[in-house]
Write a protein that binds this ligand. Structure first.
Ligand SMILES: Cc1ncc(COP(=O)(O)O)c(C=O)c1O
Length: 448
């Protein structure tokens, strides 16, 4: 193994702290999220690889936390974006043909979507989905689930990864704001439940169904490692929301276009009323969308419900979206993503088995994670005792040394892109085996 040094990264990260708060531009990139003592500073990315400023090369499974579904600087996306800048200009506050082209692709691909509006980030479009649900039903309460993330806005950054000492009983959690600065009163507009638990939803809906505007859920939990839905759970949510005229919102910011051309709703055959999409949609550019049933989306058509945004559907985001969706809807793309990811997951599981460490490798195709747990992890409370695992952090560090880029916290996940190859997966599995051997003493400790 070549010597691994990060001295230039450390120096640049330190210097950046003079002018950037904490030296990073999102909480997920700093020591608080697990990058201890600091994150590698990137020089550039190309295809499935990243290079840091010390010249270390990494096969990238962080993929910018999901958007880089086609790797870095994908030629089709780069060409589409540069062409848009040169030939179209960037913004007009007027419509132009390519935005309808992108919307039409989404309508064709995502089963429940009849009408679309574009935005710039997942946070924005999820906020908008909750506004639409409230406007459509005339009710106030949004139900959200522990362990899920729907963006950083005051209205939804609640009980994301709550402190269980304060979070109340499992069957009836207390809504806890995720950061100082959020007015407590907003908590009264939310109900928080454990995920994957039909009984909890049934009890709440029986008690307060007439006040519930929407149930908001990631169809595959991707913000506490990866927790797939239990069989029948999404169909149950569909049935109970339909029965009580509650708007079912799938937050497909991570799963959208990634686990199937039409996202988790296509994969599981369950159609929500509204869907939020970002990340893979823009293939590395800030693009997001909300879409859904015509009668609900029509509330914004005539301005009855406000949807706005200076940068919505700018030509760069739309060109990236058109190109990203073209690649994603090319036949065979998802089969390949699943084949490579399943090979990686199976290889990881086999490595752990060889050294006798009980692990649950959990995921759906190109989004997965593993838990140092004897049994499958089904919800946040189950996951909580394995979160920010020191074993995982130790293993991630060894992976970095061997040229594999993953987030150092198992709160995050591994992503596989459309440009990873069999050779990449083979090399990663070798690095994985070596990293596991190097951390064997830590990994085989009884505690985590
Ligand atoms: C499921 C989900 N919803 C919403 C968001 C917020 O998206 P953004 O960071 O683009 O605002 C995220 C971000 O990770 C997410 O994972």
């Amino acid at each position: 193994m070549a010597t691994y040094t990060t001295t230039r990264s450390e120096a640049l990260y330190l210097a950046a702290q003079d002018v950037i708060a904490g030296g990073v531009n999102s909480g997920a990139r700093g020591p608080g999220a697990g990058w201890v003592p600091g994150p590698p500073v990137v020089d550039h990315g190309s295809g499935a690889y990243l290079w840091d400023v010390d010249g270390n090369r990494y096969c990238d499974y962080l993929l910018a936390l999901g958007p880089m579904v086609h790797g870095h600087a994908h030629p089709v996306i780069t060409e589409a974006v540069t062409k848009a800048i040169h030939e179209t200009g960037t913004m007009f506050a007027l419509p132009y043909p390519q935005e309808a082209e992108a919307a039409r692709k989404i309508v064709e691909m995502v089963p429940s979507v009849e009408l679309v509006r574009f935005g710039n980030s997942g946070t924005e479009v999820v906020l908008h989905a909750t506004r639409l649900a409230r406007a459509f039903t005339g009710r106030d309460i949004i139900v959200r689930f522990e362990g899920q993330y729907h963006g950083w806005a005051d209205q939804l950054e609640w009980s994301h990864h709550p402190d269980l000492a304060k979070a109340g009983p499992r069957e009836h959690p207390r809504a806890l704001s995720g950061t100082p600065g959020i007015p407590e009163v907003i908590g009264q507009t939310l109900e928080v439940l454990p995920w994957n638990d039909q009984g909890a939803v049934e009890r709440l809906v029986a008690e307060k169904g007439d006040r519930i505007a929407g149930i908001l859920t990631e169809p595959i939990m991707g913000n506490t490692g990866v927790i797939p839905p239990k069989p029948g759970y999404l169909a149950f949510l569909r049935e109970i929301t339909r029965r009580r005229a509650i708007v079912l919102i799938f937050d497909e910011v991570i799963s959208g276009f990634r686990v199937a051309p039409g996202g988790a709703q296509e994969l599981y055959g369950v159609t929500p009323d509204l869907t939020t999409m970002a990340k893979a949609l823009g293939g590395g550019f800030p693009a997001a969308a909300i879409g859904g049933r015509r009668d609900i989306m029509d509330l914004v058509s005539d301005g009855a419900v406000l949807h706005a945004g200076t940068y919505n559907a700018n030509t760069v985001a739309v060109a990236a979206t058109n190109a990203s969706l073209d690649v994603l809807r090319t036949p065979g793309t998802h089969e390949r993503l699943f084949r490579l990811s399943e090979k990686l997951m199976a290889g990881m599981a086999a490595t752990f088995e060889r050294i006798g460490v009980p692990v649950q490798v959990q995921g759906v195709g190109p989004m997965f994670q593993f838990w140092f747990s004897e049994t499958p992890v089904v919800d946040y409370r189950d996951a909580a005792r394995h979160l920010n695992s020191p074993k995982y952090a130790a293993l991630a560090l060894e992976l970095h040394r061997r040229g594999v880029m993953v987030h150092p916290s198992n709160i995050e996940l591994w992503f596989v892109s459309t440009v990873h190859t069999d050779a990449d997966i083979d090399e990663t599995l070798q690095a994985f085996e070596d990293s596991v051997q190097a951390t064997k003493a830590t990994l085989t400790r009884a505690d985590d």
